[in-house]
Design a protein around this ligand. Structure first.
Ligand code: ATP
Ligand code: MG
Length: 720
């Protein structure tokens, strides 16, 4: 029945996409043209019209948020009992599940865990120390990049990544890489890139396993295909088997490729046309998301990139509001301006705040925004930044749990050996590391060694270490056969973390930490419930690990969203703040993009890499998130890297068509008056006594609680 509606409201091109007979399809289309929408309807079409089994469908995308969105939207078309059989997720989560099932064949241990970028860096630090390397060319970030790139291009014969410093010709890097691999192996962890690499190898070297999935997934659909890297492309090629009549459906937009720095290759779209059988390409050119002004601006901006497929994008929408460009005095003024707009456009009119997003190039830019939003009492939610599972207190407790699950997890061991403080200092840790280096042992094994060979440690250190090891052993014993949330609750208490934060919970910071720990217990409860619900799901069914192991890995796979949603559960109405990268695929009626300044956006690094085109595509992504209203802001002065600098407006602003924009400046804002109450970051509340205008600025004499001061108006936080 529902299937009848599958073509409803679609334009002719979209209808063609959804209702095409089963064949390999490439949908090439600009932002907001309905790519994700047709992908969802195509899934329903395959099931209802082409009689494909739901379990034959594999739909993949790049972020958890996007995957959740797909899952949510597909529910509308698919019956509940069929929904479970469709696999929708990210590349990484797919890899995770398969590797959990075939860990043995993949060369992993049953309880392997995933490490994040912090733990990766920690490993590298250790290796550099071990190899006595202090060369600038081998900075932690460089090595991390090398390692990740190397893995992403593992099977790439003409590997161009290492033009200058080819892996095979760099003996030092190759040494580091081997050390890194070894550390991962003995501590039983893999990193994010490994997930895809191990999966690919698993399929490549185990044809009987590959066959199971080839036979199952006859319909492979991928959103945001422009952001696949070489390995992901190869993985898809491997899974695709012509003789099983597999068909691939890809949607992508070359103008929105923003993960080049992570090895994504737009060329994969052309490769697909060449490598796969009888691919039909369909272009979608009508944009349904944005007003004409916003679309014109986006089109004009992206036309400055020369290497592109030059798709046209048009809309029936009327011009709509002009794009506002606000020149702020500094970053506080910038945030204040936005807060006031939000107050005016949303809070006063009682419009849901969820419709509004503030986007920025770098995570650090959210700090001032947060500060100002708090002052204005505007509820907000941050995606990315310090994510829930990356918060210190959460990392500590997860490290306890990880160490309990796997004594060899060195990163976790190191993180909590002296948290809460138990008199195990740098010196003891260095002795443990020394033993580990000497005998090729993990930190845990080295500690056991040290407890057996008393000569290395003094009595105090010896006893402290013994206490720590006994604590971990006790915690391990204690959790046996207990439900997940109880395990977490008891570990928080028994580890001493609870007491550590609770002791001084009257500070807001610690109070929040305690709340986050409680939230983790709730998350564990949810996880348990969901696992029960998914018991019969094809993937879950085949995984034998206990809940704790799965929960720990999931906490890394899902860092982006779910959890933050929960934290702010009480308020379901908040401004969304995130990096432009994280905003891919999303839409909001009003969007602010801040920090439109040379060196911030485009980012400074892009000058060095000469990668302005990718920055411009990112700007294109940001602009095309807006449906009705768009505001870009930049500051005159900004505090950056410890000093105040004069900023230069971003070239991207210059590239927007004049007739689509309206410029506003902090200089023509509402004037101050004597007797007005203001607020200053350092001095608190005050009252204006005198006003003087100098050059382009306003100087105010203000009486604060204890002092009287002359202050530039732009340094005032806000007035009441
Ligand atoms: P992006 O490139 O940003 O990922 P997209 O191409 O995936 O964008 P969608 O998110 O699928 O675009 O669609 C953009 C918006 O346009 C959505 O709000 C969607 O509901 C709407 N839309 C798409 N097609 C139509 C249509 N035929 N009629 C009305 N609205 C449509
Ligand atoms: Mg999309």
């Amino acid at each position: 029945m529902k299937s009848l509606n599958l073509l409803k409201n679609l334009n002719n091109k979209q209808k063609e996409v959804v209702s095409e007979i089963r064949k390999n399809l490439l949908i090439l289309a600009g932002a907001g043209s309905g790519k994700t929408l047709v992908l969802i309807r195509r899934i329903a079409w395959l099931i209802y019209k082409e009689n494909c089994a739901p379990k034959s469908i594999l739909a993949m995308t790049f972020t958890n948020k996007a995957a959740l969105e797909l899952k949510k939207r597909i529910k509308f078309f698919i019956k509940n009992d069929q929904k479970n059989d469709i696999w929708i997720g990210t590349f990484h989560s797919f890899a995770y599940y398969i590797l959990r099932i075939y860990y043995l064949e993949a060369g992993l241990t049953q309880n392997f865990q995933i490490i994040d970028i912090f733990d990766q860096k920690n490993f590298i630090k250790r290796i550099l120390k071990k190899l006595y390397l202090q060369d600038k060319n081998y900075s932690i970030d460089n090595i991390l990049k090398y390692i990740n790139n190397f893995k992403n291009n593992f099977f790439n014969k003409n590997n161009n990544y290492f033009n200058k410093q080819n892996f095979f010709y760099d003996p030092i890097f190759s040494k580091i890489y081997i050390e890194y691999k070894n550390l991962c192996k003995i501590t039983e962890v893999i990193d994010f890139n490994d997930l895809i690499l191990y999966l690919y190898k698993l399929f490549l070297y185990n044809p009987h396993i590959l066959k199971i999935y080839q036979q199952r997934f006859k319909n492979i659909l991928i959103d945001e295909f422009q952001d696949t890297n070489d390995l992901q492309y190869k993985f898809i090629s491997l899974l695709y088997n012509k003789s099983y009549n597999t068909k691939i459906f890809l949607v992508g937009d070359d103008d929105q490729s923003i993960y080049g720095w992570r090895g994504a290759q737009v060329e994969n779209m052309y490769r697909f046309l060449k490598d796969f059988d009888k691919v039909k390409t369909i272009l979608l050119e009508q944009n349904y998301r944005s007003t004409s002004n916003i679309l014109k601006a986006a089109n004009e901006l992206i036309s400055h990139n020369n290497t592109r497929l030059k798709k046209k994008l048009w809309t029936h929408e009327n011009d709509g509001r002009l794009i506002y460009i606000y020149t702020a005095f500094n970053e506080f003024d910038e945030a204040k301006y936005i807060a006031k707009q939000i107050y005016k456009n949303f809070i006063k009119k009682n419009i849901e705040l969820n419709n509004c997003a503030i986007l920025y190039r770098n995570n650090f830019q959210s700090r001032i925004l947060e500060e100002v939003m708090l002052k204005f009492a505007i509820p907000y939610k941050i995606y990315g930044g310090v994510r829930f599972f990356e918060r210190q207190e959460i990392k500590y407790i997860l490290s306890y749990l990880r160490l309990i699950s796997n004594y060899n997890d060195d990163n976790s061991f190191e993180r909590i050996i002296n948290i809460p403080k138990r008199n195990i200092g740098e010196k003891t840790l260095n002795i443990i590391k020394y033993i580990s280096k000497k005998y090729l042992l993990t930190l845990w094994e080295s500690s056991i060694y040290l407890l057996k060979n008393k000569k290395y440690l003094n009595t105090m250190s010896f006893n402290s270490l013994k206490k720590f090891i006994n604590l971990i052993k006790f915690l391990k014993k204690n959790i046996k056969n207990k439900p997940l949330s109880i395990i977490i609750k008891e570990t928080i208490k028994d580890s001493g973390l609870w007491e550590m934060y609770n002791k001084s919970c009257f500070t807001e910071k610690n109070f929040n930490k305690i709340n986050n720990l409680k939230e983790l217990i709730n998350a564990a409860d949810d996880f348990t419930k969901n696992s029960l619900k998914n018991k019969n799901n094809f993937f879950y069914k085949n995984i034998k690990n206990n809940l704790l192991i799965n929960f720990l890995s999931q906490s890394l796979l899902l860092t982006e969203d779910i959890n933050l949603n929960k934290i702010n559960q009480k308020i379901n109405n908040y401004i969304q703040m995130m990096t432009i990268h994280a905003s891919k695929g999303l839409e909001f009626s009003e969007v602010f993009i801040i920090g439109m300044e040379e060196g911030i956006f485009p980012n400074k690094i892009s000058f060095i890499n000469q990668n302005i085109n990718e920055e411009r595509r990112l700007a294109y992504v940001g602009i095309t998130r807006a449906k009705k209203k768009l505001t870009l802001t930049y500051t005159k002065k900004r505090y950056l890297y410890g000093k105040e600098i004069n900023s230069i407006p971003s070239r991207f602003i210059q590239e927007l068509p004049e007739n689509c924009i309206k410029k506003i400046s902090y200089l023509n804002k509402k004037k101050y008056f004597i007797g007005q109450i203001i607020y200053h970051k350092n001095f608190g509340k005050g009252i204006i006594l005198k006003i003087e205008i100098i050059k382009n600025n306003i100087k105010l004499q203000i009486k604060f609680n204890k002092i009287k001061k002359w202050i530039m108006s732009n340094y005032i936080h806000f007035y009441i």
